[in-house]
Design a protein around this ligand. Structure first.
Ligand code: TRP
Length: 330
């Protein structure tokens, strides 16, 4: 049986949000049935913004715990830490020599991040997409589940792979994005025009996966709506209510029409409470498992050591092939 291969990763930047969960992890969990999956912690990418060392280490372990708590089966997936496979960095250097400054200059995330971290526009921030390309291409991944914000990086990855292949012959699989239509984009509760982001300055904007049930309920109660008083889906004119419907829809599996019917004639207060409860219920087992795993660092270490061993087998094959092709003595 030849399963298609999947690779994805999340940076170890801190607490995950409901957006990460419903947008990314939930999709990953579904993909594990059908594909051969590699899920990594992108710890090297995390260094592009200045971090506390201890904090990064802690976040990395917590993220592994969250991967598993969210439902990734460590027996069936390769869960690993990016920096444990030095071949990613080696391939990144080589691919950087096949990537143009002009291409990297066009990346909107680089522009956004440079504006946000104007005091630290380091070259890692600039070459970030090349390392991401290496992450993907080194496993010859067929599919890469990513959010909208990573689409451009994936396009670049494909361009780099095609360029390399056309010079040296078939080397890399050309990866495809995998974006789910539903739930891929959860917006902030206070500012539903912008993606729910852990770096939001308003804590009520974001549901963290670690939030206590009362906190979650409170944040949903405070969620921004509109003055129409009708639960109806229209992201343009009713971004707040539509976002809440989106969340409810992903969790319950109900369609927008079904939700509109369910809450016909009910006030927003009632609806917000129902969404809050659905989220609390959905997160309860995840939170319990997460706490349990955090208390068991040896188990987590076992997982990421084993994951690195598995990942290394494929990564080594690819990097040796690439080195040979470009003319390095191996
Ligand atoms: N850049 C991605 C993000 O910030 C994380 C990432 C790193 C990634 N390498 C990857 C995602 C490879 C998919 C595939 O979200």
């Amino acid at each position: 049986m030849n399963k298609k291969r999947v690779l994805s990763g999340i940076q170890a930047t801190g607490k995950l949000t409901l957006g990460n969960y419903l947008g990314a992890l939930n999709t990953w969990v579904k993909m594990q049935e059908e594909y051969e999956c590699y899920y990594m912690i992108a710890d090297l990418h995390t260094l592009t913004v200045r971090r506390e060392a201890e904090e990064l280490r802690k976040n990395t372990l917590n993220l592994i715990a969250m991967y598993i708590a969210a439902g990734l089966d460590p027996e069936n997936n390769t869960i690993f830490i990016q920096s444990h496979i030095p071949a990613h960095s080696e391939l990144s250097w080589i691919l950087g020599c096949y990537t143009y400054m002009g291409e990297l200059n066009r990346m909107t995330q680089f522009k956004d991040k440079s504006a946000k971290h104007a005091d630290n526009i380091n070259s890692g921030l600039f070459t970030y997409p090349v390392l991401m390309a290496a992450d993907i291409l080194i496993y010859n991944a067929d599919y890469v589940p990513v959010g909208e914000d990573q689409r451009q990086h994936l396009e670049l990855t494909r361009d780099i792979a095609e360029r390399f292949n056309s010079i040296y012959g078939e080397t890399f699989v050309i990866p495809e994005g995998y974006t789910k239509k539903e739930g891929a984009r959860i917006m902030g509760l206070q500012n539903p025009e912008a993606k729910m982001s852990k770096s939001s300055t308003n804590p009520n904007d974001v549901i963290f996966l670690e939030d206590e049930p009362e906190v979650i309920m409170k944040k949903f109660k405070k969620a921004v709506t509109d003055s129409e008083g009708i639960v109806k889906y229209n992201p343009e004119t009713k971004p707040g209510i539509s976002n809440l419907m989106e969340i409810y829809s992903v969790i319950t599996g109900k369609t927008k029409e079904e939700i509109e019917k369910e809450f016909e004639g009910q006030g927003y207060g009632f609806f917000k409470e129902a969404v809050g409860k659905a989220v609390v219920e959905k997160l309860k087992p995840v939170q319990e498992k997460y706490k349990e795993l955090q208390e068991n660092p040896e188990y987590l270490e076992n997982i990421y050591r084993k994951g690195a061993e598995q990942a290394r087998i494929i990564a080594t094959k690819t990097i040796e092939d690439v080195k040979r092709k470009v003319g390095l003595v191996i």
